[in-house]
Write a new protein. Sequence first.
Length: 291
Amino acid sequence: MRIGAHMSIAGGISKSVDRAVLHNCEALQIFTKNASQWHAAPLAPDEVRAFRLGVEKAELTPVVSHASYLINLATAVPKLRAQSINTFIDELDRADSLGLLGVVIHPGTCTSGTEDEGLHRIAQAIRQALQKRPNLNTMVLLEHTAGQGRTLGYKFEHLATILKELNGSPKIGICLDTCHLLAAGYDIASASGYKKTFSSFKKLIGIDRLRIFHGNDSKKPCGSRVDRHQHIGDGFLGLEPFKRFLTDQDFSHLAMVIETEKTKNWERGKISNPDPLDVRNLNTLKSLRDT
């Protein structure tokens, strides 16, 4: 399994590649715009070229983006729904121009009605986006969530329902987060729980749908439904589950990217020395994989 990290695009989107190289990443995740804003200026052609050349030279694969946290494809509020779908389409366009494997997106939060109604709205929104962009190479990567509040996607059944409503579209993949799995109640910390979890995943969704892992330990225990990332080995997962993931032959063709906390104000975005916390987490994962 390849190991990488989410890297900042401060100073230009191509700078994320420089940061990935500095940290000896093998895979990469980025935001393609400010994740806390609805709108962003188009990507500059020079930056797109520099990014794509940098990724190719560094042999980073896969490279994905994470969609804005403002997007809620499950909402029934007309204005927010329109904003969410339009911004989601823009995220897909930006990722496609950069040659990314896919856009990781949280399915959505059910602000009204039942979970089934929310899941139906999510599938409808994705269908609408794909109909408007039929020639995209970039995939939609649904991220399994921790289930905090009324967030959907915390059960494999939720993801399976969305896939079924989209007629099993090959443009839809899955992203699994190790922290989210534990928080949602999947006991991946134990060997038996890990086996049970992926037996269920294979039955309901299928390994062929899985495209990338987020590698994060959890500050909260199994079943807490609280999404709080912790450094690798310092949370309720510990090191052994990561060893299982990284040496599981079912996942050897995939990648794991960390989203753990960065060192506060580390060189204020300069690219000279690697972030000590990123180095620690990446090296921990590589050690587990390689030994």
